[in-house]
Design a protein around this ligand. Sequence first.
Ligand code: LMR
Length: 401
Amino acid sequence: MFESLRALPPDPILALTPAFRADPNPDKIDLGAGVYKDEQGNTPVMRAVKRAEERVLAGQRSKAYVGPAGAPGFNDAIARLAFGDTLIGSLGERRVTLQTPGGCGGLRLAAEFLARANPDATVWLSDPTWPNHGPLLGAARLKIESYPYYDFDAHAVRFDAMLDCLSSAAAGDVVLLHGCCHNPCGGDLDPSQWRALRDLALARGFTVLIDMAYQGLGDGIEADVAGVRLLAESLPELLLVTSCSKNFGLYRERTGALSVICASSGVAKAAASQLAATARANWSMPPDHGAAVVQAIMEDADLRADWERELGEVRGRINGLRADLVAALRGAGLARDFSFIEREKGMFSFLGVTPDQAETLIRKYSIYLVKSGRINIAGINRTNINYLANSLAELFKESEH
Ligand code: LMR
C-alpha cells in the first residue's frame, strides 16, 4: 500500500544544514536554521547547562517514568520564568502547565487540545510565520487562515491591517501570536499594539495562542514577556508555548512546555485531564533530561545567575551583529536602507531578496539562507561579515542591470 505515497519536498529550513555541511567552499556562511552560533561559528553548550548536567547525572537515582505532564518542578519553573511570580500567584489554579518535547511538542499538544475543545476552530497565523506552524496546527485538522503582519517593502509591522483582519475573528477562533523575536521577520509588537490586541481579543472573544521560542534573545528575559504578561493578566483564556531550545541552547534535548489559562479553576481541572490524555496518546511522556537541567538551573541562584549572564552575552552579540551588518552593507556601497535590521529583534530578519536571489546566494556564493530571504543573524561573525556584505553588493548590482 505504500506505493501510493509520493516523496515530499525537503523541509525549507532543516534541509539547509546538511547542504551547508556538504559545501566544500571555505568561505561558506550558514545563515539558515535558527541555531545560535558564537564568533567561531560553534553552537556551544551553555556554561550553566554543562554544570547542571553534571549535578543531574550525579544526583539521579532512577529512570522510572515521570508522567504525561512531565516534571512538576520544571513546569513550575518554566511557567514562573514566563509569567513571573506575581501573575503565577494571581492566576492560581486557573493555569495548568505541561512539559512537552520542545516547543513543537507544545504547539502540537495545543493544536490537539484546541481541536478537542472546538473541532471547528479556525487558527489565524501571521503572514509571514514560521513554516512549521501550519503543519503543526493543521495536523490536528484545524482550519488555518492568515492575517497580515509584515510589510516587506517598509520593513515594519502592518498593525492596522492586522487589527482590521482580526476584527473578523470570533469566539471559538484562535489567534497565534509570536511572544517576542518574531520568526521569520524580527518585527515585534510595541506595548500599545499589545494593548490594542488585548482589547480586540476581549471585544471579539477569540482565544490567543502565544508561541514564545526566544525569551531573552530580544531586549531581555523580563522585557521580552511584557506582551505575554499583559494578555495573561487580562484575558479569560490563553495558551502559551515556551521552548528552551534557544534560550537554554537545549535544541536536541526537546525541552518545552504548554501553559493553558482557563476561565476558572474548574475548567482548568478538566483541561489538565484532557491535556494529559492528549500527551499520553502522542508521546506518553516527554523526555526528561533537558527539563531536569532547566529545573536545576532555575532552582539554584548561582547557576541561574550564570545562565542569565550568558544569555545576556548571546543577546548582546546578536544585537551587536545587527548594527555591524548594517554598517558593513553601507560600507560595501549599497544604497538600499538596511537600518531596519538594527531595529528588529532576535535571531532573524529578512534581507529583502527574492527566492531566485536567495538561490543565487546559496549556489554562487555558498551563503545559506531560507528561500524567503530570512537570515539567522547569529551566523555572522567578524571573519565572514565582509564577504557577506560584498557578495550582497555584487548580487544587488547584478540584478539592477
Ligand atoms: C528555525 O526557525 O530556523 C528554527 O526554529 C529551527 C526549526 O525547527 O525550524
